[in-house]
Design a protein around this ligand. Structure first.
Ligand code: PRP
Ligand code: URA
Length: 210
């Protein structure tokens, strides 16, 4: 696997993903699972956050402890489906600001169409987690990260639940400096640009729109 790409193999993530993929899993459970997987992924993706030593006082004595240095983070979901991952990530980093990028894939061309972008004003001082359950052709993720890079954040990481090899190839070519975290790397894209075996349309399954 490429140097900057992490594919998780934690049994809890694999188990939750197996239920997520099942076409009989209802929206309510699907939403909860997307959120839980996002939390587990965030736990791993924050492993390299820098810490610093500070002095505190316990009820017993003074002691030196480590805490996260410079805690400024931002979570940026790609609308709509990325919204499903926000709660799960922010459960672990509750002080993170939340930006939004609205993109949808044109069904004919498969190219992303941008319709919304609102990011924290001070994003230049923040470490950004871009979240979207699916990296298919890679177009939406590539565009979202390009938009965010224009505002010069401190760093960017991209988290998706399922990636296609085509998406990983395109994304890492466009943004070799952005680490990618995924719960699964699937086989391929089908002729309609859906990930195989995948989980279907993430947005429709999260919001029950089909
Ligand atoms: C899905 C998904 C990604 C995109 C991935 O969104 O959530 O944003 O497709 O495909 P790509 O890698 O080929 O760009 P969709 O366009 O269906 O919009 P939605 O989340 O609003 O349903
Ligand atoms: N978007 C989805 O929601 N699912 C796919 O399989 C591909 C793109």
């Amino acid at each position: 696997m490429k140097e900057n790409v992490t594919i998780f193999d934690h049994p809890l993530i694999l188990h939750k993903l197996s239920i997520l993929r099942d076409k009989n899993t209802p929206s309510k459970d699907f939403r909860a699972l997307v959120s839980e997987i996002a939390t587990l992924m965030c736990y791993e993706a924050t492993r390299d956050l820098p810490t610093e030593e500070i002095e505190i006082e316990t009820p017993i004595c003074k002691t030196k402890v480590k805490h996260i240095a410079g805690k400024k983070m931002a979570i940026v979901p790609i609308l709509r489906a990325g919204l499903g991952m926000v709660e799960g990530v922010s459960a672990l980093v509750p002080s993170a600001r939340i930006g939004h990028i609205g993109l949808y894939r044109d069904e004919e061309t498969l190219k992303p169409v941008e319709y919304y972008c609102k990011l924290p004003k001070d994003i230049g001082e923040r470490d950004v987690f871009v979240v979207d359950p699916m990296l298919a052709t890679g177009g939406s993720g590539i565009d979202a990260v390009s938009q965010i890079k224009l505002r010069n954040p401190r760093s960017i990481k991209f988290m998706c639940i399922i990636a296609a090899p085509e998406g990983i190839e395109a994304f890492t070519k466009a943004h070799p400096d952005v680490p990618v975290y995924c719960a699964a790397l699937d086989e391929k894209l089908n002729e309609k640009g859906y990930i195989v075996p995948g989980l279907g349309d993430a947005g429709d399954r999260i919001f029950g729109t089909k």
